[in-house]
Design a protein. Structure first.
Length: 187
């Protein structure tokens, strides 16, 4: 039986729940593209099924931030996903802030070793600094998902180098997340 991976391309194309902006880029556009590429890699493997929260760039989920988040989690739970991967870009007032990091519900959760594999593989694929994995039990998508869930901050959209890399080489980020999933699942 195929391993089901729900890929949540964080945020909506417009408000409510639009993402961060920086260096002429919008978070929701960057993670949409990386998510599509990640889904293609998983599907081509043959051992995975992949479902996107936003199958088209125009897909709008919910009518508020709360309903946007709950729709994503409900879809993953109803589908019976084995893993929930939420893709995001980080942002900071400090344009020098850089790197990849991930959040999980708890360091004791099954999502924690998955997150470690993902950030390590992203560091290898992209060369970005590995900022680590942290527990954030208050994040809705981590708290309400019925399966191991990871929220990945792929890089800083407010850092010129990170932003350029995410924009010009989205396949590196898709491949990094993909390799992390392969390591965790042993496929």
């Amino acid at each position: 039986m195929a391993i089901k991976v729900y890929i949540d391309q964080g945020h909506n194309p417009v408000n409510p729940n639009a993402g961060a902006e920086g260096n002429g880029l919008r978070e929701q556009d960057v993670v949409f593209e990386i998510g599509v590429r990640l889904a293609a890699l998983l599907r081509a493997n043959g051992n995975f099924e992949a479902r996107l929260s936003r199958p088209t760039k125009e897909t709008q989920l919910g009518t508020s931030t709360a309903t946007s988040l709950s729709t994503r989690v409900r879809e993953a739970n109803d589908w019976g996903a084995d893993f929930f991967i939420s893709l995001h870009t980080n942002a900071s007032d400090n344009a020098g802030a850089t790197g990849v990091e991930a959040f999980v519900y708890s360091t004791a959760s099954k999502g924690y070793p998955l997150a470690l594999d993902i950030v390590n593989a992203l560091e290898e694929e992209t060369g970005l600094y590995n900022r680590g994995v942290f527990a954030r039990s208050g994040l809705y998508v981590l708290r309400r998902s019925a399966m191991p869930a990871v929220l990945v901050e792929l890089g800083f959209i407010t850092n010129p180098r990170d932003a350029r890399l995410m924009s010009e080489s989205p396949e590196l980020f898709a491949r990094g997340v993909y390799q992390g999933i392969l390591r965790y699942t042993g496929v």
